[in-house]
Ligand binder design. Structure first.
Ligand SMILES: *Cc1c(COP(=O)(O)O)cnc(C)c1O
Length: 379
């Protein structure tokens, strides 16, 4: 079956010798907008493209406000600050995620609490979260405090893994019950909807990424999305060194960050956003072809969860066990078809191995079996 799989993937990308996991396409107005940006001389943190990109991201996702940032990790960092997370607080997140989610929590000096994911969404499980909180938390003054450490559980950061929406409405209900602020890491899920609503718009704040390997890219970039005007204003302030507007004076009114997306990246971003729906349509077509191909075979193709419309950022298959997973990784990569395992779970990394954890059996099960397969749009 491995040989047939390699042949099938090759047939999807007939012009390629080495087939990558996900590559960008610059087939629209990229060059035109970048030239326009250079000609304007406004290539840095001020310019028309970065403002336009914010407007278009808000429009696309249905969020009231969007604030562009240098990357998705910076967006998460700012989102957690604005969620009110302080040094010494706990932030709950999933162990199955890209490192950026946990790094952003560490930047604030907060502690991690890892609770399990659902097998059918790959994202944070509301049932497992609720079970953990019930057993380990006391409610006090409208907040939730960990019984063992007395720390406040300030925020919860679920992630829509590989673009598949998690049970975000149920997570919101659990967070609301405990006074925990919901911040959505939607870095992988632009164009993914849960119950017809764009991912990243369920939480108080959501974050997006436009890194080179994401569905659309501007080289490096991210965005903070929210319906809260005060949060949006503060996000813009914190990403622009907290400079107080003035015709010539340099006045800054708090410690902040140089996190604004440069206009030249935004020029690329604007051109990419125009093509997002085209990319999504082809990625969906590819996912359906994979689903049909793998049906009844030893490789189980992961399909979008119930109630969700996924962008299928990275298509995934599940193998029988870790040994078989490794054999598949060996064979495909040796045959120049790039495949990758899921991330090593965060709680196993040296920086986070002492973190608080719930039962993580689903995350371990997925880590042992999941492999991402080539998923680029064929434009
Ligand atoms: C890509 C990604 C980010 C942000 O990454 P940047 O490279 O900083 O844009 C954050 N979280 C997850 C889960 C991601 O996949």
């Amino acid at each position: 079956m491995f040989k047939e799989t390699v042949d099938f993937i090759r047939a999807q990308y007939p012009s390629k010798d080495t087939i990558s996991l996900h590559e960008p396409h610059f087939t629209g107005n990229e060059r035109e907008y970048i030239n326009e940006c250079i000609d304007s001389t406004f290539v840095s943190s001020v310019g028309k493209f970065v403002n336009e990109f914010e407007r278009k991201i808000a429009e696309y996702t249905g969020a009231k406000y969007a604030v562009a940032s240098v990357n998705g990790t910076a967006a998460l960092h700012i989102a957690l600050i604005l969620a009110g997370v302080k040094r010494g607080d706990i932030v709950v997140t999933q162990p199955l995620s890209f490192i950026a989610t946990s790094n952003a929590i560490a930047y604030i000096g907060a502690s991690h609490l890892f609770t399990d994911v659902d097998k059918d969404t790959l994202g944070l499980s509301p049932a497992k979260l609720s079970e953990y909180l019930k057993a380990n938390v006391v409610k006090k003054d409208g907040g939730a405090y960990h019984k063992q450490t007395s720390q406040r559980i300030a925020a919860c950061v679920p992630m829509h893994s590989f673009g598949h929406p998690c049970r975000i409405d149920e997570l919101k209900a659990v967070c609301d019950e405990y006074g925990i602020v919901l911040v959505e890491d939607a870095a992988e899920s632009i164009g993914s909807y849960y119950k017809d609503r764009h991912t990243g718009t369920f939480g108080k704040i959501g974050t997006l990424s436009f890194n080179g390997n994401k569905t659309i890219t501007c080289g490096g970039g991210g965005a903070i999305i929210t319906d809260d005007e005060a949060i949006a204003k503060h996000a813009k302030h914190l990403t622009t060194q907290a400079k107080v507007p003035h015709a010539w004076e340099f006045i800054h009114d708090e410690v902040a960050y140089n996190y604004r997306m440069p206009n030249i990246n935004a020029a690329l971003a604007c051109a990419q956003l125009e093509q997002l729906d085209k990319f999504l349509a082809d990625k969906k077509k590819l996912a359906l072809a994979y689903e049909k191909f793998f049906k009844g075979s030893e490789l189980e193709f992961f399909t979008e969860p119930a109630g969700a419309r996924s962008n299928y950022w990275l298509c995934a298959v599940l193998l029988k066990d870790r040994k078989r997973r490794d054999e598949f990784l060996e064979f495909t990569n040796a045959n120049k078809v790039m495949t990758r395992p899921a991330w090593r779970l965060m709680n196993k990394l040296p920086m986070f191995e002492k973190a608080l954890c719930g039962d993580l059996s689903n995350a371990h099960w997925i880590e042992d079996r999941l492999v991402n397969i080539p998923s680029s749009a064929r434009i």
